[in-house]
Design a protein around this ligand. Structure first.
Ligand SMILES: [Zn+2]
Length: 188
């Protein structure tokens, strides 16, 4: 990531809004924002498939695994303002399990890039069921507050956006689907 270019750009923004980039409170702001973007966009350099290298086999486990209330922070790609909330992620393994901490890490990798909530939801489900883990099915529910909606614009404080995605038997089998959403509803 070109942090020097980020600093230059932030200095330009400070000037463009009519502020003084040399003012004490603002002098270090370009550097702080460059450091912050390096962290918040670190997922751009991550490939979730690296999580599979240490995944372990669990041939006997064919039951649903649901990890609920996973907190996450991301930046909406339209405004670069935070969207933050919780995710509930379930899947039914097909001979391979992803540990609980790696499920959370998957979400973090995909959240730490310019995002929209719908795509984040789909990408987690796709990774679990298709390209990555190859689970028999996956379900993802994300509920988040978007500061671009609650702190500006339409200003609806406390409003949250809920998105869901299902893949494989979570989409095709009504009982599996109902079981997953019942677990999630119990948490919301
Ligand atoms: Zn936004």
């Amino acid at each position: 990531m070109d942090k020097e270019a980020i600093q230059q750009a932030v200095r330009q923004i400070i000037l463009a809004i009519g502020e003084d980039p040399a003012r004490e409170g603002l002098a270090d702001t370009p550097r702080r924002i460059a450091d912050m973007y390096e962290e918040l966009f670190s997922g751009l350099a991550d490939d979730p498939r690296q999580l599979l290298e240490v995944g372990f086999d669990a041939e006997d486990h064919h039951e649903m695994v649901v990890v609920t209330d996973i907190p996450f922070y991301s930046l909406c790609e339209h405004h670069f303002l935070p969207m933050h909330g919780h995710a509930h992620i379930g899947y039914i393994p097909n001979g391979r399990i992803l540990g609980v901490s790696k499920v959370a890490r998957l979400l973090e990798m995909l959240a730490r890039r310019p995002q929209v909530q719908e795509r984040l939801t789909s990408q987690v489900a796709d990774f679990l069921c298709q390209g990555g883990l190859g689970a028999r099915g996956a379900g993802v529910v994300i509920e988040a507050e978007h500061l671009c909606m609650t702190a500006r614009g339409v200003k609806k404080p406390g409003s949250r956006v809920v998105t869901s995605a299902t893949r494989g038997i979570f989409r095709d089998d009504p009982r599996t689907r109902a079981e997953f959403f019942a677990i999630v509803e119990g948490r919301r």
